[in-house]
Design a protein around this ligand. Structure first.
Ligand code: NAD
Ligand code: MG
Length: 408
């Protein structure tokens, strides 16, 4: 039986929880450190990692004094080492993807916040899962890419998988602690979606959408990639796939409703027609604090919801013509395993190409749909990390070829 929900006693540690934050310089990483800083007696930061922003990582190291920091290149690591030496900070700076995995699986770490963006986060997530860590999963792409492998690693390692995505945290908060009771309770779940910045924009003008417009989310402040995903609703597509695995649901048990105010973060519709929902202001510090302190609750720093100031909570169906990407999730879940990895790889490439001005906003969907379609018939089994990484590499190559054609 997978140890997704441990007992309260297992989690109430006498000493501070030793935490590694993978992707600490990003939006989720920064919010995590914000929550952690409110509870120095509960959490000890032992590892921080970044990709490019050495200056931000330096500030975080000065504040939290982790034992280890990880950067992708020797040049960046050297820059950080020199700056740390000036401040007499003894953080050990390590380099490269293996160092990320070593940190995630280190015996000095109890809990790993997986807040890297994209498939690059899969290997350290697997390392944390196999080492039986308490794994706080923001990095949805890692699960979408390596689902079978990921869930097997959680099971084999006896890891505790805690969802950080606000929708999945909401569902998790609506379910009993005893995971064996989930299936009997759930009729279906409803993931809410804001609809992003283009919920009401005329689709005839979608070709003119600029990267700056696409990343300007009405309710949430997030990294660039997830902001574009929210605008296309590919974020919700990834979340449907994420929910399928986190809660062991059939795809038809996962529904999506637009809820532009982002106050209800998702809902469980029970067998008896009762509906359980989790509400709050749209602030990722809430699911992060819950993941960090589960099964307790600690101050998150988020604003309280003022019901008297809420105008209305409204709901509408997602328009498939406006958001064609959502259906790709259901198609990929019905296709051979590995299809979701193809979809994710195509989307990562397409979003990067859109952000760098090479393809238009509607082209993102063209790249995603065409790449998945061209792959479905030639997918082999994806049982090992190497199989998954191979699919990821080949799907990216195919997507880039499609991007070339569209950019020409
Ligand atoms: P971000 O772009 O703000 O931060 C990404 C972090 O990952 C940075 O620290 C960066 O240095 C690191 N990183 C990027 N590429 C890397 C690579 N190749 N190798 C190692 N590290 C790398 O992104 P974010 O908004 O914080 O999102 C992080 C993850 O959390 C994503 O998977 C996203 O879907 C998920 N998530 C984010 C939010 C949110 O509100 N921001 C909400 C739900 C889920
Ligand atoms: Mg979400």
């Amino acid at each position: 039986m997978m140890n997704v929900v441990p007992t309260t006693n297992q989690l109430r540690a006498a000493r501070p929880l030793r935490l590694a934050v993978l992707g600490s310089t990003g939006s989720i990483g920064a919010s995590t450190l914000d929550v952690v800083a409110r509870h120095p007696e509960r959490f000890e930061v032992v590892g921080l990692t970044a990709h490019s922003r050495v200056d931000v990582l330096l500030k975080q190291c000065l504040l939290f004094r982790p034992r280890v920091a990880v950067l992708p290149t020797e040049a960046r690591a050297q820059a950080l080492r020199s700056a740390l030496a000036e401040h007499s900070v003894r953080t050990e700076v390590q380099v490269g993807p293996q160092a990320l995995c070593d940190l995630a699986g280190s015996p000095d770490v109890d809990s790993v916040m997986a807040a890297i963006v994209g498939a690059a986060g899969l290997p350290p997530c697997l390392a944390a899962a196999r080492a039986g860590k308490r794994l706080l999963l923001a990095n949805k792409e890692a699960l979408v890419v390596g689902a079978d492998l990921f869930m097997q690693a959680v099971k084999d390692g006896g890891a505790t998988l805690l969802p950080i995505d606000s929708e999945h945290s909401a569902i998790f908060q609506c379910l009993p602690e005893d995971r064996s009771r989930w299936a009997e309770r759930i009729d279906h779940i409803i993931l809410t979606a804001s609809g992003g910045p283009f919920r009401q924009r005329d689709p005839a003008s979608f070709h003119a959408i600029t990267p700056a417009q696409a990343v300007a989310h009405p309710n949430w402040v997030m990294g660039q990639k997830i902001s574009v995903d929210s605008a296309t609703m590919m974020n919700k597509a990834l979340e449907v796939i994420e929910a399928r695995w986190l809660f062991d649901l059939a795809p038809e048990q996962i529904r999506v409703v637009l809820h532009p105010q982002s106050i209800i973060h998702s809902m469980v519709v029970c067998r008896d027609a009762s509906v359980l929902a989790q509400l709050g202001t749209p602030d990722m510090k809430v699911p992060i604090a819950y993941g960090l302190s589960f099964p307790d609750r600690v101050e998150s720093g988020a604003q309280r919801l003022d019901f008297l100031k809420l105008q209305a909570l409204t709901f509408e169906p997602p328009d498939p013509a406006r958001f064609p990407g959502l259906q790709l999730a259901y198609d990929a879940l019905a296709a051979p395993s590995g299809s979701t990895a193809v979809l994710n790889a195509a989307n990562e490439e397409a979003v990067a190409a859109f952000l760098s001005g090479r393809i238009s906003f509607p082209d993102i969907h063209r790249v995603n749909a065409d790449t998945v379609e061209s792959f479905v018939s030639r997918l082999g089994p994806a049982r090992l990390l190497d199989d998954v990484l191979d699919i990821d590499i080949r799907a990216r190559a195919q997507a880039r070829q499609r991007i070339e054609e569209l950019a020409a």
